[in-house]
Design a protein around this ligand. Structure first.
Ligand code: XMP
Length: 511
C-alpha cells in the first residue's frame, strides 16, 4: 500500500492535511516529530509532508527532524513551519519578519510559477491562506523561488531535482484557492501515487489484522449505538463474531425507540449482544441533581459499574474494544494517546478489569471514513449517518433535575422535531439537531383553559468539527409545523423557542 507520512509539528490544521491526502485516495498517517527516525523509515512512505507549527525554527527547543531524513530520496512537501524547517536544516536562513508588512496572516494574493510541478495546471495567481511571522531570507542551495506575494518574495520554494517543495501558506484550508490541487500535484506528479486506497481494501486488511491479533481470545465492546461503536462492532463481528460480546447499557436517557433500534440492528449480527436495562438505577442516582457536571459524573461512574458487572459475567475477557477514531488520537497527541483515550472513551474503566490489551480498530479513520466503512460492512444507513448523541444522553438536555416523566416528555417532543425534519429532508443539511426541555414554565391558554407548562427549546446547528457551530436557518414554516405538533401532541409543553446562538459563545448542548 502506498503511504504518505505526515510529520506533525503542532500546527492547527494537521488533521485537515491528512483528510485532504486521504480524499485523494492515498493512505496517510500523522506521526509526531518526536518519532524516532527508524520508525519513520519503517513506515516506508512514498512521500512526506511536514506540517505547520506555532514555533520558530531558529529558537532553541523548537521541533526538529534529523537532517538524515533529507537523504532518503523521498519527496517532501513542507507547509509553513515545515517549509521553514526544511529551509533552515538545508542551509537557508529563516528570520523573524522585520516589520509588520512582511508578516502575513489571512488571505493573501499570491503569484505562482506554474512551471513548478506543485503548481502545474493552476492559475498563475490566486488567494492563499497565510499565517506566518517568520520568513525565508535566504533559500538553501539547489532551491528556487516558486511563488511570491506583494510583501514576501519567498512564499514557496522548490528543489525539483530532489523532490523538495515548501510553501509558507496553507494549501489544506478552503481559503487557499487551488490548495487541494497543489496537494494532488504533490501526491500524483511528485510522489507518483496511484491513488488506489479504498475502504474495501481497508476493510479486508483490518479484518485480517484483527483475526491475527485476537486469535481465539474473547473481546468485549461497549456499544452505545452511535456511529463509531456501531462500526467497530460490525467490523469485529465480521472478524471474530462468536468471540465478541457487545454490551449496550441503556441508561434510560436514550431517544425515543433508540434502545430497541440498537438491539434490533445488532441482534442480527453473529455476536453476543447484551442489553442492560439500567434506567431505574440511573434515575435513582440522578434524582434531585440539577448541576450539569454532577449529572455527567454520576452517569460516567454508574456506566462503569454496570460495565464491570457485565465484564465479570462474561468472564475471562482478553481484549477490550473501543470505537476511538483518528481525530481523538491526533487531538490527544498521538503516541501517548492509547492509555488516556481508552480510559476516557468508556468513562474511565476500572483498573482491575483484567484485559490483556485494548483494541481500537478505527483509530486510523476519520469520521466520514468510519461512515463509509460502516456502509461497506452492510450497516443500515440510519445507523451509519446518524447525528452525534452525547454519552450522558437526555440528562444534559433536561435542564434542572431529571425525572422519568420529564425524560418521556422530552423524548416525544424530540421525536416529533426529528420526524418533521427528515420528512422534508432538512436533516441532511444539518450536523446536529435536537430538543431541550428547559426548566422554565410559563402561562398559556389551550381550549378554554389556562396552562402552566414547560418551555421546550429547539436546537439545530451546522458545523464541520463541532468545535465551532452556527445555528441553522430552518424554514419558518417547518418550525411552525414542529411547534404546532409538539404543543398539541405532547402533554406538559405549552411554549416552543428556537435557539439562535452560535458556538461560541454558546455550546451546542445546553449543559
Ligand atoms: P458542546 O455542547 O460542547 O458539544 O458544544 C460538542 C459536541 O460534543 C457532544 N457532546 C458529548 N458527547 N459525551 C459525548 O459523547 C459528552 O459528555 C458530550 N457532551 C457534548 C455534543 O452532542 C456535540 O456533538
Amino acid at each position: 500500500m502506498e503511504k504518505i507520512l505526515i510529520i506533525d509539528f503542532g500546527g492547527q490544521y494537521n488533521q485537515l492535511i491528512a483528510r485532504r491526502v486521504r480524499e485523494c485516495g492515498v493512505y496517510c498517517e500523522v506521526k509526531p516529530w518526536t518519532t524516532p527516525l527508524t520508525q519513520l523509515k519503517a513506515f516506508n512512505p512514498i512521500g512526506m509532508i511536514f506540517t505547520g507549527g506555532p514555533q520558530s525554527v531558529y529558537l532553541e527547543g523548537s521541533p526538529q527532524v534529523d537532517p538524515a531524513i533529507f537523504t532518503w530520496g523521498v519527496p517532501i512537501l513542507g507547509i509553513c513551519y515545515g517549509c521553514q524547517l526544511m529551509a533552515h536544516l538545508l542551509g537557508g536562513q529563516v528570520t523573524p519578519a522585520q516589520d509588520d508588512s512582511a508578516r502575513e496572516y489571512g488571505k493573501t494574493l499570491t503569484h505562482y510559477d506554474t512551471g513548478c510541478k506543485l503548481f502545474r495546471d493552476l492559475p498563475s495567481e490566486g488567494v492563499s491562506w497565510m499565517s506566518h511571522g517568520d520568513y525565508m531570507a535566504r533559500v538553501p542551495k539547489g532551491f528556487s523561488l516558486t511563488a511570491r506575494s506583494g510583501t514576501c518574495p519567498s512564499v514557496a520554494i522548490a528543489d525539483e531535482r530532489r523532490g523538495f517543495y515548501g510553501v509558507q501558506f496553507h494549501p489544506e484550508v478552503d481559503h487557499t484557492q487551488g490548495g487541494v490541487d497543489m496537494i494532488r500535484n504533490f501526491l500524483f506528479e511528485v510522489c507518483r501515487a496511484k491513488g488506489d486506497w479504498t475502504m474495501g481494501d481497508y476493510k479486508k486488511t483490518a479484518i485480517a489484522n484483527l483475526r491475527q491479533k485476537i486469535g481465539p481470545g474473547k473481546v468485549l465492546l461497549a456499544l452505545s449505538g452511535g456511529v463509531d461503536s456501531s462500526v467497530a462492532a460490525a467490523l469485529l463481528a465480521e472478524a471474530v463474531g462468536p468471540q465478541l460480546t457487545c454490551v449496550f447499557v441503556d441508561h434510560g436517557l436514550m431517544r425515543l425507540n433508540e434502545g430497541n433500534e440498537v438491539e434490533e440492528a445488532f441482534s442480527k449480527w453473529n455476536i453476543n449482544f447484551v442489553r442492560v436495562d439500567a434506567e431505574t438505577r440511573f434515575l435513582l442516582k440522578l434524582a434531585g441533581v440539577d448541576e450539569p457536571e454532577r449529572k455527567r459524573k454520576i452517569i460516567g461512574e454508574e456506566f462503569i459499574r454496570v460495565f464491570e458487572e457485565e465484564a465479570k459475567k462474561v468472564g475471562a475477557v482478553d481484549f477490550l474494544a473501543q470505537g476511538t477514531i483518528y481525530p481523538d488520537v491526533i487531538e490527544s497527541g498521538a503516541g501517548e494517546a492509547a492509555v488516556i483515550k481508552s480510559h476516557h472513551n468508556v468513562g474511565g474503566l476500572p483498573d482491575y478489569v483484567d484485559f490483556q490489551e485494548i483494541i481500537e480498530p478505527l483509530r486510523m479513520l476519520f469520521k466520514d471514513e468510519v461512515r463509509q466503512l460502516g456502509r461497506e460492512l452492510g450497516l443500515p444507513e440510519y445507523l451509519v449517518s446518524r447525528q452525534p448523541f452525547p454519552g450522558p444522553g437526555l440528562a444534559i438536555r433536561i435542564i434542572g433535575d431529571i425525572t422519568k416523566e420529564k425524560a418521556d416528555t422530552l423524548r416525544q417532543a424530540d421525536f416529533i422535531f426529528r420526524e418533521e425534519m427528515s420528512k422534508v429532508g432538512e436533516d441532511k443539511n444539518l450536523n446536529q439537531y435536537f430538543a431541550v426541555l428547559t426548566n422554565t414554565r410559563s402561562v398559556g391558554v389551550m381550549g378554554d383553559g389556562r396552562t402552566y407548562d414547560y418551555t421546550l427549546a429547539l436546537r439545530a446547528v451546522t458545523t464541520s468539527d463541532f468545535m465551532t457551530a452556527d445555528w441553522a436557518r430552518i424554514p419558518y414554516n417547518l418550525l411552525d409545523r414542529v411547534s404546532t405538533r409538539i404543543v398539541n401532541e405532547v402533554k406538559g409543553i405549552n411554549r416552543i423557542v428556537y435557539d439562535i446562538t452560535s458556538k461560541p459563545p454558546a455550546t451546542i448542548e445546553w449543559e
